[in-house]
Design a protein around this ligand. Structure first.
Ligand SMILES: CC(C)(COP(=O)(O)OP(=O)(O)OC[C@H]1O[C@@H](n2cnc3c(N)ncnc32)[C@H](O)[C@@H]1OP(=O)(O)O)[C@@H](O)C(=O)NCCC(=O)NCCS
Length: 183
């Protein structure tokens, strides 16, 4: 079960092929906004590329290795959030996310991340949730910081973004630190 709805306006849906056209259109309309921090934007050239991505996420779900969800506001897709994978041996996972430019600035992703973190600890019984952000990506870093994740260190040149490397800050929260009411 996905942690949905998040409130009266925002729902989450497991990514499905029926989302492909709308998700591609949103990606296409937000290329310049998204490609600053996400490495897959330039290779997403058609709805078929988005379909292939969704098929991968369906395999991930079938293999019990995390999942990706569309974030919808009043029924229209505004972004994506997912668990990149689940390390069941070590009971850990990491969260990734993006929003359209117009959906920013209203706390939607902080709310979605809080719900995913809760889901990881309470529904999946995991012990560790990680969020990795490029060091210069202030908007993304603000989310784990708002949710009181611990900044655990920097991975140098952790990700190649089209023509340069970026460093990542690793944020972590442990099950023993999860305080839903305080986050
Ligand atoms: C990263 C990203 C999802 C952050 O989006 P965001 O809108 O800043 O995050 P939220 O939805 O949590 O909203 C937080 C903003 O809403 C405001 N806000 C309003 N109500 C709020 C609430 N109830 N709770 C939290 N924040 C609230 C916050 O003050 C903040 O605004 P500010 O930045 O002007 O201070 C978005 O910038 C994005 O998709 N970027 C491109 C892709 C990307 O970088 N992905 C992450 C890769 S690691």
């Amino acid at each position: 079960m996905l942690p949905s709805p998040l409130n009266e306006a925002i729902t989450l849906e497991l990514l499905d092929l029926r989302h492909a056209e709308e998700l591609f259109a949103l990606t296409d309309a937000n290329r310049s906004h998204l490609r600053v921090w996400l490495p897959w934007v330039d290779r997403t050239r058609s709805a078929d590329d988005t379909r292939e991505f969704i098929r991968q996420t369906q395999r991930q779900w079938a293999e019990n290795n995390g999942f990706q969800a569309a974030i919808l506001e009043h029924g229209a897709i505004i972004g994506v959030i997912g668990l990149h994978g689940v390390n069941w041996a070590n009971r850990s996972t990491s969260i990734g996310y993006w929003l359209s430019g117009r959906a920013q600035g209203r706390g939607v992703m902080t709310t979605a991340c809080r719900a995913f973190t809760r889901h990881a600890f309470e529904a999946l019984s995991l012990n560790r949730v990680e969020i990795r952000c490029a060091t210069e990506n202030g908007r993304s870093r603000a989310i784990p910081e708002r949710l009181r994740f611990t900044s655990e260190g920097t991975l140098r040149e952790a990700e190649w973004l089209y023509d340069h490397f970026v460093d990542h800050v690793v944020y972590g929260m442990l099950a023993s630190e999860w305080r839903p009411s305080a986050a």
